[in-house]
Each structure stands twice: as C-alpha cells, then as structure tokens.
Design a protein around this ligand. Structure first.
Ligand code: NAD
Length: 499
C-alpha cells in the first residue's frame, strides 16, 4: 500500500460554505444559532485540524425544530398532490446533479472518504431520488370485502405518519440522508434531521439546497449537536411520530427506550459483523478484490462490511497470498486526493478504537499479516490506519465477534459449507453477508442457511432502492428501499362507509 497527498482544488461554493464562522441549525427554512449559543468543533480527519464550528443543539432547539416541522405538516404541504411531490424530487435531483462536486468536497473534508470514491456514488444517489419520485405516485390502499349486513363499503387509505426524526451516522451522510429525505418528501411527512456531530456538514448544506430547489420551509429541518443532547431530545420528543435511525446497536437500544414516551414507529439500521464466505471453488480473480473491498471500502466504516472472511481450507493459502498482494495496491491518502482509494477513519476516538482491536487480535493469538499501525510522514497527523489483515482467526476471538468499524479483515478458515454457515450464524448481528462459489447449489444453500438481512452471491455491496437492504437480529429492523421502506412513513386508516 502506498500513500498520496491532496491534489483537488476546492470549488468556490465549498470554500464559501466552509468559510462561515459557524454552521448554524436550519429550522423553518432559516439558519439560526443554538438557543444556548454553544458550539462544537468538527475536524478534518485527514489532517486532524478543526474544519468548522457547529451549533450545539439541545432540547430547546429540538423543540423549535419539531414545532416548525409540525406546522409545516399541517400547512399547505399536506395538500401537495403526488405529482407535485414527485416534481419536487425530480427538481432536487437536477439541482444535486449540478451541485454534486461542491457536496462531495464538503463531505470528503468532513468525514474523510476520498472525493474520488464519493464522485462514484452519484449514480446511486440519482437512482435513489428517482426511486422516491416514483414512490410519491405509488401510495395506495385497498378495497376490501366485508361481512357486514347491508351496504357497507370498506377500504384502507394510507396517510403520512407526520413528523419524522432522522438520526444519521457519520460514515456516509451525503448519500444516506436521502433514505430519509426521499421518503419524507415522497410520503408528505416532514422531518427533523440530527446528523452525527462528527459529520454534519453535508446534511446542513443539502438542507439549504433543498430549500433553494423549492422545498417549503419547515418540511426538512436540521439540528446539529451531540447524540446524548440533540439526538436523545429528538428520540424522546412527544411531537415526533417516527424515528429513522442508522447507527450503532448500543445507541439503537437507547433510542428504543426513549421512543416509548409516545410509542413512536421506529426504523433501526444498526451494526454488523458480516460473514463473507469464500468456497474452494470460488473464482478467486473476483473473490479476492470483492472480499477485500467488502472490508476496506470507506476504510472499513460500512455497516455491512464483510469483516469475517471465511475461507475454505484448500484455498486459504492462495487466497491469503492474493489478498495481501491486493492490499499492497491500495492507495491511502488525503480525502481531497484523486489518487486515494482509502482515506482516514473519522476521528481520534475511532482511530484509538481500531488500533486497540488490532492489539486485542494479536493478544488473542491471531497472526497479523499486514498493516496494524498508523501512517507516518504526511499522513501522520490524520486518523489513518493501515489496511490490516489477520490470519488464523477463530470465531471465538473478539476481532471476529465485535464490530471494529475500521480497515481490519479477519481470515477464518473452514472445512465444509455447513461449518461455514454455523460460523456465520454464530454472531449476534445479521446485516450483510456473501458467498463466493461457482456452484449455484452451494451458493443457494449458504444464502438459505445464513441468518442475515442481505446476502450477495459472487459480489459484495450492491444496493438498489427497488430491492432494498436491511438487517435482522441485533442489526435492527425495517428496510431501506423497496415498498416496505415507504410503508414505515405511512400509517393505514381503515374506512367503513355505510351508504
Ligand atoms: P452512533 O450510534 O454513535 O451515532 C449515530 C447517530 O446517533 C449520531 O447522529 C449520534 O449523534 C446519535 N446518537 C448518539 N447517541 C444518541 C442517543 N443517546 N440518542 C439519540 N441519538 C444518539 O453511530 P456512529 O458511530 O455514528 O456510526 C457507526 C455505527 O453505525 C456502526 O455501528 C455502524 O454499523 C452503524 N451503521 C449502520 C448502518 C446500517 O444501515 N445498518 C449504516 C451506517 C452505519
């Protein structure tokens, strides 16, 4: 692996946005400071330098934002036709298409993903917006038979749930916020978004752009701040009808507790420790880069990362050799560097966590085959971790059981497919997973046997909104994408009409 340096010049709009003294909350279409006047700093993870000051929102700010969202929900917005909401989503897609470079530069500086990688996510974002635009006109109830004497017609109607609280993690907010925004605009709900304190900027900027594109004031509001303050206030707020949360299982648990105040509907997309199963008959030309990038993409900060790479014994040696050669080709660098394939992890805390897991792996007796430390030289002040591979891992080790959320891959050998399925299932999470085999029967046996929300065969990480993505077990519930996604932004009204 080699390292690279910043070579992308910031565009004027990104520069102007980042030059602001303080990034304020966006409530009812207005930029406002936190009621307390307090701010937080956010850091560029490629350099460790302060990037911006964020308003430190808390309960009073959440109160204001929820009120604005409620007012908007009860306003003219509720009478927008599906065609009008669809047209808004189409217009937003056009504006984002134009402004994408500005947004990826902000995101790259804020959360560390290489701009080159983010640039490649544009088609996925456009597909998501197109999916939600199509959903605006696709909300339907049913007419139902009934056994009531006389002339009674029965049907169901679907209606927007109301105010949605969207709590967003730091590992890719530019795109992931649209799972919430898209469904809110398609369904006619309104929202208060609480981005991660470590990566709020693209959410703030997008909200401003949404208003410029014609989203009515109060429909999308953003309150930045700490999870324990602004996040908790949102999850517990009696004026919020539904929470869409993506983040860790631990935080998910506290959100469930907070949500009991008014029995909110919840959609929880939580952590993972996915198994990526490489059978002896796999096409290693595809399986090696596929499994490697299933872990190292976004520097391992992907919820469905296939960090437990289960390899069938006859090919462990060849797979490992090829994997190490592949890792050697990875370019780690500043997020504003077109040559970088991998950036830093998000924060000092995350860096410490990942490095401590590398120590744990070695102490547990796993063999560190490459990586294991930070980068020196020009990257020394950023939160860079060398892509790291452990061999000889067994499923009892903590590095095989716990979510590391960094560029650390564990190779776990297995003998037969039943053993691989058993190892895959021996974990509390159930988010992603894959199998690599040229035999479709073997692949389907694994797909059927592994208890997880999403499985890939001979590939890793495709997500299409038409198909959806979601977890089971401690990885949460609810779908991102598919009609099931829209359903959770709606409630069902049963109607009896006596003529
Ligand atoms: P996190 O749980 O620490 O934070 C997520 C969000 O919750 C942040 O906005 C944070 O401020 C907020 N928060 C923290 N404490 C809160 C509280 N008590 N009440 C309300 N909100 C609170 O997660 P993270 O570190 O930002 O992200 C990494 C985690 O997210 C990993 O576990 C990863 O697997 C998971 N994740 C899951 C998916 C998925 O689709 N399943 C996608 C991305 C990330």
């Amino acid at each position: 692996m080699s390292t690279t340096q910043q070579n992308v010049a910031l565009c004027k709009q990104a520069q102007d946005f980042l030059a602001r003294d303080e990034q304020q909350l966006l409530i009812d279409g207005e930029r406002v400071p936190a009621v307390s006047g307090q701010t937080l700093t956010t850091v560029n993870p490629s350099t460790g330098e302060v990037l911006a000051r964020l308003a430190a929102g808390d309960q009073p700010d959440v109160d204001r934002a929820v009120l604005a969202a409620r007012k908007a929900f009860n306003s003219q917005w509720s009478s927008w036709t599906p065609y009008e909401r669809q047209a808004l989503l189409t217009r937003i897609a056009e504006v984002l298409d134009d402004r994408f470079e500005e947004l990826i530069q902000i995101e790259a500086l804020d959360m560390g993903a290489p701009a080159s990688r983010l640039r490649g996510t544009k088609p996925a974002l456009m597909k998501m917006l197109s999916f939600f635009a199509s959903q605006a006109g696709n909300i339907s109830g049913e007419t139902l038979m009934n056994g009531i004497p006389g002339s009674v017609t029965t049907m169901t109607l679907k209606a927007p749930v109301g105010v949605v609280g969207g709590i967003i993690p730091w590992n890719g907010p530019l795109n992931s916020q649209f799972w919430i925004i898209g469904a809110v605009l398609a369904s006619g709900c309104t929202a208060v978004l609480k981005p991660s304190e470590d990566a709020s900027l693209s959410v703030l900027r997008v909200a401003e752009i949404l208003h410029e594109a014609g989203t009515p004031a109060g429909v999308i509001n953003v309150v930045t701040g700490l999870g324990k303050d602004a996040g908790h206030a949102l999850a517990a707020h009696p004026g919020v009808d539904r929470i869409a949360f993506t983040g860790s299982t631990e935080t998910g648990r506290s959100i469930i507790q907070a949500s009991t105040v008014n029995i909110k509907k919840l959609q929880l997309e939580l952590g993972g420790k996915s198994a990526d199963i490489v059978c002896a008959d796999a096409d290693l030309d595809k399986a090696v880069p596929g499994a490697a990038m299933g872990v190292f993409a976004n520097s391992g900060q992907i919820c469905f990362a296939g960090t437990r790479v289960l390899v069938q014994r006859p090919v462990v040696e060849e797979f490992t050799e090829r994997l190490l050669a592949f890792v050697d080709t990875l370019q780690v660098g500043h997020s504003l560097d077109d040559a970088a394939t991998l950036g830093p992890v998000i924060s000092q805390a995350q860096l410490d966590k990942v490095l401590s897991y590398i120590d744990v792996g070695q102490a547990e007796g796993a063999e560190l085959l490459c990586g294991g430390g930070r980068f020196g030289g020009d990257l020394a002040s950023g939160y860079f971790v060398q892509p790291s591979v452990f061999g000889g891992v067994n499923n009892e080790m903590r590095i095989a059981r716990e979510e590391i959320f960094g560029p650390v891959l564990s190779i776990v050998p297995f003998d037969d497919v039943d053993e691989a399925i058993a190892i895959a299932n021996d974990n509390e999470y159930g988010l992603g997973g894959a199998v690599w085999s040229q035999n479709l029967s073997t692949a389907l046996r694994v797909v059927q046997g592994v208890h997880t929300g999403t499985m890939w065969v001979n590939c890793y990480g495709h997500i299409d909104p038409l198909v959806g993505f979601g977890g089971t077990k401690m990885s949460g519930y609810g779908s991102k994408g598919s009609s099931a996604h829209m359903d959770t932004y709606l409630y069902t009204k049963r109607v009896y009409i006596e003529l």
